[in-house]
Design a protein around this ligand. Structure first.
Ligand SMILES: NC(=O)c1ccc[n+]([C@@H]2O[C@H](COP(=O)([O-])OP(=O)(O)OC[C@H]3O[C@@H](n4cnc5c(N)ncnc54)[C@H](O)[C@@H]3O)[C@@H](O)[C@H]2O)c1
Length: 439
């Protein structure tokens, strides 16, 4: 960003703050392209592109670069940007080339989880701010490295846990902190989704035209191409993702930690589960899981049954915050305060309430990132928050994968205290020439 553009953006931010403008700083005012933030997208097929659109919708952002290792995705998304926004980004297959662009201010990382750490860290080193999708990374050590990179290179980093920017989630957080349900003792969380069993098994196949599969694999082990472990469905394979608990779990478990402003992983994690069903579907991550996170003065539980979408309270996913006076039931559709009954006073222990004003909240999260690029304030989901919940979710998987069942986490050493097998899964092995950055 040129000094003039930086100054303009800062002064716009200050003026906006002075008149108390909420949301995007342009507040409906047209901002000249030369005064907008220049953003690039790495990983353009699905969520990355969705997030890019929310940034472009603010009117405060230019898309100057698109990068993908699938040429078909790249060309289709370039056409979408031209058609919907009248902009013609430069196209890249190698994110390192995109990061060399002098006019680039920030990047969105919308690649599969095994490809979050390197682009994020390299972007920080190149002086760019970063919006990185959740879970922050595919291993505990990558999360540690990313927290250090954001701090060392003094970058604004927003993790894509967009519920933190959602008004109804913020309202639930407020209600709990104001004592609406009394002492919070337990948070029960569940996420039952059909997609968690992956796709029907298929044999390996030739790599599709236009795909640089070696680059797609990146630091993950070399293997032949199989469509059931590629676009979208990579989530169900350890080399690239962690299954439902890291995919949906981080969004929901994040809300439980936020209720008590927890910024470090839990000390004790207990997990049971495995692959118990749907053997004709291709997945390595667990289709069935029950997890207990033991917190200082409350308990958080996570449950999933992939491929079976029924759930508690007749919802396939959600959280129940259980307090002495009542329960708050919440998911993206809205929330409900359900009072306990006071037998002595013959009245509810707290006031009932219901809201159906939910939503997805990617737009608010993108707007918050853009604001923070300008003001240099801490974003709604900074890296330490992304790390705490990603480490918790990875630890739950590791508890089962290692056979330990119960794990004790030592935040000081960054290792589990009771399982050598579990500690072997903390640091990923990168395939050459890629190397896990040291910060
Ligand atoms: N915040 C949310 O609500 C939300 C929702 C869905 C997905 N996500 C996250 O977004 C990320 C992407 O998920 P998705 O569903 O879009 O996956 P996807 O498989 O649909 O898209 C990923 C894209 O990244 C590209 N890619 C892979 N390696 C690359 C590299 N080294 N350089 C450039 N491009 C590369 C792929 O070719 C593909 O086009 C994941 O981390 C996922 O967890 C977040």
């Amino acid at each position: 960003m040129t000094t003039n553009r930086r100054n303009f953006i800062r002064s716009t931010a200050t003026a906006a703050a002075a008149v108390g403008l909420a949301g995007p700083l342009n507040a409906g005012r047209w901002v000249a392209p030369s005064d907008r933030i220049n953003i690039g997208l790495i990983g353009a097929r699905n969520m990355g592109f969705g997030v890019l659109q929310k940034h472009l919708d603010t009117g405060l952002v230019n898309c100057v670069g698109l990068c993908d290792v699938d040429q078909n995705v790249l060309e289709n998304r370039a056409a979408d940007v031209l058609k919907n926004y009248g902009q013609k980004p430069r196209l890249f297959n190698d994110f390192r080339k995109l990061l060399e662009e002098k006019d680039l201010d920030a990047v969105i990382v919308g690649t599969p989880d095994h490809w979050h750490c390197l682009p994020m860290v390299y972007a920080c080193q190149a002086g760019k701010d970063v919006y990185v999708e959740k879970p922050m990374a595919n291993s505990i050590e990558e999360c540690n490295v990313m927290v250090k990179a954001a701090s060392r290179y003094n970058r604004i980093v927003q993790v894509g846990q967009q519920q933190r920017s959602g008004p109804h989630w913020q309202q639930v957080n407020r209600l709990i902190k104001e004592g609406r349900i009394g002492k919070l003792r337990k948070v029960n969380i569940w996420g039952n989704f059909n997609y968690g069993i992956g796709q029907l098994k298929q044999p390996d196949q030739p790599v599709p035209a236009g795909v640089d599969f070696n680059f797609w694999l990146g630091p993950a082990p070399q293997r032949t191409f199989n469509p059931t472990r590629f676009h979208g469905s990579w989530r169900m394979f350890w080399d690239y993702g962690g299954g439902l608990v890291t995919d949906w779990g981080v969004h929901l478990i994040d809300m439980a930690f936020w209720a008590k402003d927890i910024t470090t992983p839990p000390q004790t994690i207990m997990a049971s589960g495995g692959n118990l069903s749907f053997g004709d579907y291709n997945h390595e991550t667990f289709d069935t899981m029950s997890v207990i996170f033991k917190m200082d003065d409350f308990t958080v539980t996570w449950e999933h049954t992939a491929g079976t979408q029924k759930g508690p309270w007749n919802k396939n996913y959600g959280l129940a915050f259980v307090g002495d006076l009542g329960t708050i039931l919440v998911n993206r559709e809205g929330y409900q305060v359900i009072p306990e009954w006071d037998d002595r006073l013959k009245q509810p222990k707290t006031e009932a309430e219901e809201s159906t004003q939910g939503g997805e909240h990617h737009a608010q999260h993108a707007a918050n990132f853009v604001d923070c690029i300008k003001t240099r304030n801490k974003p709604a989901c900074p890296p330490e928050i992304g790390r705490a919940v990603a480490v918790a979710a990875h630890a739950a998987n590791i508890a089962i994968r290692s056979g330990a069942g119960i794990l004790h986490w030592d935040e000081k050493t960054g290792r589990f205290t009771n399982s050598r097998e579990a500690n072997q899964l903390v640091v990923p092995e990168y395939r050459k020439p890629w190397e896990l950055p040291r910060i």
